[in-house]
Design a protein around this ligand. Structure first.
Ligand code: HAM
Length: 442
């Protein structure tokens, strides 16, 4: 029989590693609460058109990495849907597993008219995303993101550079509280849509001369999407790219002022950053501030998180004017980074349970379940053994997972006095059942 295996690029997360995942999520939720964010949960699949219109038709994500299917499927062998299926009122739809969550959050913002409250919406999410990328360390086809979006009508202050600075300051705090050391905040601005159009023209003109000396990808991008040239990693192309005109030189005064206010607020808050004029990011919806937090321990996939401002996204998908800024961090990459530090390998070890209950004989199994129920209800962590085990096997099993073993035999059941052995001190005690919970809690 062929062995069953998880699909390429996907994986199982098992205990005790999942404890670290939960700890990261719990810390993130605490930090979000302190900054007045509430949780949003959106579906893991959406209409394909949503991603085409938000992330952008020409991006790698939309053009080659999405898991997309027709719903309902076309009849076997058919190239097109028969008119009866389209016109019958049932509707056929192209659906896609979400490659990211910003599009879904903005779709929900529009659908539920969240802007009508006049308030800034501060929403966070934790969940899986799907991209058909070539799997490697830190890059998976199903991966997890912890992300957040701050979005609202301009009257709520959604365009303010203070929002950008607050999000970045929160991220610096979150990474510190998670115990992630040595991160770098790389910061840039891609300007307004008009700035970008101007820059695209400048770049296209500059590239017309140098592109023939560059890699095949760059030659193609120089024509289709010149901004993407700045993402090129081919070593020979780097000096050419560094000499290209900078995006900031195409900004109008408003964009310049906005970015200057973001950096001034970060300086005041003491959040260190590195300006990276080439940070244009791989999604089309960005305007103005863009950023990534990188970490040297991650190798080629060095981005712990990425994000930026998207002032035109809501309108691009049919909503009201609703500027916003957000980010998403790769949970898989946070875990990898923390596992690489010794302190966290230790804390990932399963903490010992309060007690292991060993019934002496199968006739005592039900009584042991009752005792376990009592103790667990009192808030203790308990593993329940089995009366079919020999005492030696129970002790070995208990020693692996718990701080103490509680022996439940006929005598103990009758007298109500239980035998407890503490593994670290080796001391054996007789404890009345009524006092057992408080004894084990020490
Ligand atoms: P992104 O840069 O595509 O941005 O992804 C954000 C983060 O998700 C990356 O920095 C990385 O840590 C993680 N990530 C992405 N792809 C993978 C993968 N294949 N395997 C493991 N981790 C991965 C976005 O998704 C935007 N929605 C962020 C955003 C929110 N911008 C504004 N609001």
């Amino acid at each position: 029989m062929a062995t069953v295996k998880a699909v390429r690029g996907t994986r199982d997360l098992l205990p005790p590693e999942t404890e670290l995942w939960n700890r990261i999520e719990a810390t993130a939720r605490q930090v979000f609460a302190r900054y007045h964010f509430g949780e949003i949960r959106t579906p893991i699949f959406e209409d394909t058109g949503l991603f085409a219109r938000s992330v952008g038709e020409e991006t790698d994500i939309v053009s080659k990495e999405m898991y997309t299917w027709d719903d309902p499927p076309k009849p076997k062998g058919a190239i097109a849907y028969p008119p009866s299926m389209i016109l019958g009122g049932r509707g056929v739809q192209s659906l896609t597993l979400r490659p990211e969550n910003t599009a879904g959050v903005v779709r929900a913002y529009i659908e539920h008219k969240l802007g009508e409250s006049g308030q800034l919406q501060k929403l966070y999410y934790i969940g899986p995303q799907f991209r058909r990328e070539r799997p490697q360390k830190g890059r998976y086809r199903q991966f997890w993101q912890i992300g957040a979006e701050v979005i609202g009508p301009p009257s709520a202050g959604s365009e303010s550079p203070l929002r950008d600075a607050e999000v970045l300051e929160m991220l610096a705090t979150l990474l510190d509280e998670l115990g992630i050391m040595g991160w770098t905040l790389e910061l840039n601005s891609v300007g307004s849509a008009a700035d970008r159009e101007r820059y695209n023209d400048v770049l296209r003109a500059a590239l017309a001369e140098v592109a023939p000396k560059m890699c095949a990808d760059c030659q193609r991008r120089a024509v289709t999407n010149p901004l993407r040239v700045l993402d090129c990693k081919v070593p020979e192309d780097q000096p050419i790219i560094d000499a290209l005109p900078k995006i900031t030189d195409s900004f109008d005064q408003e964009s310049k002022d906005h970015f200057a206010a973001v950096t001034a607020a970060l300086d005041a808050a003491g959040v260190a950053y590195k300006l990276n004029p080439r940070l244009v990011r791989g999604l089309d919806y960005y305007t103005r501030t863009t950023f990534e937090f990188t970490h040297g321990g991650l190798g080629a996939q060095n981005a712990l998180l990425g994000g930026g401002r998207y002032d035109g996204l809501s309108e691009a998908i049919g909503g009201p004017k609703a500027p916003g800024i957000g980010f998403a961090m790769g949970l898989d990459r946070l875990v990898l980074t923390l596992q690489a530090t010794k302190a966290d390998q230790k804390s990932a070890v399963r903490p010992a349970l309060d007690a292991y209950i060993a019934p002496l004989g199968e006739t005592l199994n039900a009584a042991a379940l009752v005792l376990a129920r009592e103790l667990r209800r009192a808030g203790l962590s308990i593993e329940l053994g089995d009366g079919s085990f020999r005492l030696k096997k129970s002790f070995e099993a208990a020693d692996k997972v718990a701080r103490r073993i509680v022996i439940l035999g006929e005598d103990e059941l009758r007298s109500g006095i239980l035998t407890v052995k503490d593994f670290s001190s080796g001391v054996q005690s007789k404890v009345p059942r009524a006092e057992l919970a408080s004894f084990l809690a020490q």
